[in-house]
Design a binder for this molecule. Structure first.
Ligand SMILES: C[S@@+](CC[C@H](N)C(=O)[O-])C[C@H]1O[C@@H](n2cnc3c(N)ncnc32)[C@H](O)[C@@H]1O
Length: 272
């Protein structure tokens, strides 16, 4: 897919997902976010940039870690996500976060400006993850930290059939390289190519627990990367997608109608 087209699909796709994302995914992503924050080992007073910040699930935790003497510059491609984060921030006493619409592969920030750059579950969507990691490395001062988390391997993510199921109805690929960064050492290699040092990679298996059909459909179809595509489906196509997707996760359905779906994450941290 043309990189410019992918950026547009992602931008407006996440605008469409923004109303569902935070509530649908907050709980499921916590273990991966915990690992990212643990590996980043941030300190009070640091200045941190976050790329692909989404609704700010990690942003709010970063704000608390760096405290009033530090700062968080939260960036995302989607204005819908930035608006959602801005509203969320306005409901808290937090004053050390600024939020900006900005693509991860072109950060409008000076070199060496930050102590750390973090990206949670965003690199899979960029047309060129190397460029996005290169930008994180560029804006962090020598000795600082770059850390990112991505979804792991396709075979270890029980919800992964959503892509072929939706792709078949839109005659294109919604997220062509989604699992490219989750293969063994793939993300570490990208960090290496960006000239980063002391690279550490952790892979973790988790269970994503959904209460029922509706909660898994809302999260995966309405609150994720295929949101723009499914928003345009007519009722018949939507029903077909729901039924095919539920069939693809039927093995993880428990007798009470809830789901335990496996998911894998990979986190990498490094120093500049
Ligand atoms: C799964 S959400 C992750 C949000 C947040 N980091 C979290 O962990 O909850 C993916 C985010 O990546 C953003 N995104 C996709 N492509 C991007 C790009 N090229 N540059 C910056 N953000 C991008 C989307 O807008 C979306 O908010």
């Amino acid at each position: 897919m043309d990189p410019r087209l992918q950026i547009r699909v992602q931008r407006y796709g996440w605008d469409a997902a923004a109303t569902h994302y935070h509530t649908c995914w907050h709980r499921h992503l916590k273990p991966a976010h915990d690992t990212l924050l643990d590996m980043a080992n941030l300190k009070p007073g640091q200045n941190v940039i976050e790329t692909a910040c989404g609704s700010g699930i990690v942003t709010l935790r970063l704000a608390e870690i760096v405290g009033p003497n530090g700062s968080v510059t939260a960036t995302d491609l989607s204005q819908g996500m930035i608006d959602d984060l801005t509203t969320r921030l306005s409901e808290t006493p937090i004053e050390n976060v600024s939020a900006h619409r900005m693509p991860a592969e072109m950060l409008d920030q000076a070199d060496d400006r930050f102590d750390a750059a973090l990206c949670a579950l965003g690199l899979m969507y960029t047309p060129d993850p190397s460029k996005a990691v290169g930008e994180m490395a560029r804006v962090v001062a020598p000795g600082g930290t770059v850390a990112a988390t991505v979804w792991g391997e396709r075979r270890n993510c029980g919800w992964a059939d959503v892509f072929p199921i939706v792709d078949a109805r839109v005659a294109s690929e919604v997220c062509p390289m989604f699992f490219g960064t989750g293969a063994p050492n793939a993300l570490s290699r990208i960090f290496e190519q960006a000239g980063l040092n002391n690279i550490t990679e952790r892979r973790q298996s988790e269970t994503l627990a959904f209460e029922d059909d509706t909660s898994v459909l809302n999260a995966v179809l309405k609150g994720g990367p295929v949101a723009l595509a499914v928003k345009r489906f007519d009722d018949e196509t939507w029903d077909g997608v729901c039924s095919d997707f539920l069939a693809s996760v039927a093995a993880f359905r428990k007798p009470d109608g809830s789901y335990d779906i496996p998911g894998e994450f990979v986190s990498v941290s490094a120093s500049v």
